[in-house]
Design a protein around this ligand. Structure first.
Ligand SMILES: [Zn+2]
Length: 141
């Protein structure tokens, strides 16, 4: 078995992070935007929003080399819970001692950075068969 990192395309070795997936082919920004709005309407509330982002995350996409890839679902473990609890605790200590730390951003920004960092570390892609709709579309080429 050839060694590869979990976030690399198995065929061409392109390294994926959470943010550099190719956009669906043959679509304009407006089309993608309205499709995204349509799907978001099916989910409501803050947890609906999270589920939508998670569904997007697990949707297969086509690499520039033509391979269909799918990311494995997010998994958060004790390290995330501990990290967020530690940041929250640190903030409580700072807020008790310093006026500037009572600003909500001082609390939210490190947690957002931590969650973002964990998400980019969790990208793990696997090759999947092309979806039936994409098979039909590529037959035209
Ligand atoms: Zn590739």
């Amino acid at each position: 078995m050839e060694y590869r990192r979990a976030n690399e395309c198995p065929r061409c070795g392109f390294v994926y992070t959470g943010f550099n997936r190719p956009k669906p082919a043959n679509s304009t920004f407006a089309e993608r935007f309205s499709a995204s709005l349509r799907e978001q309407r099916r989910h409501s509330g803050i947890f609906g929003r999270v589920r939508y982002v998670e569904a997007e995350h697990a949707r297969p996409w086509q690499c520039r080399c033509g391979t269909w890839l799918q990311a494995s679902p997010w998994s958060f473990g004790w390290v995330d819970v501990t990290g967020i609890a530690a940041l929250g605790g640190l903030h409580a200590v700072l807020a008790a001692n310093f006026g500037w730390a009572r600003n909500g951003w001082v609390f939210a920004t490190p947690i957002a950075l931590w969650v973002g960092y964990r998400l980019t570390r969790q990208v793990s892609v696997a090759e999947v068969p092309a979806p039936a709709s994409a098979e039909a579309a590529s037959g035209r080429r």
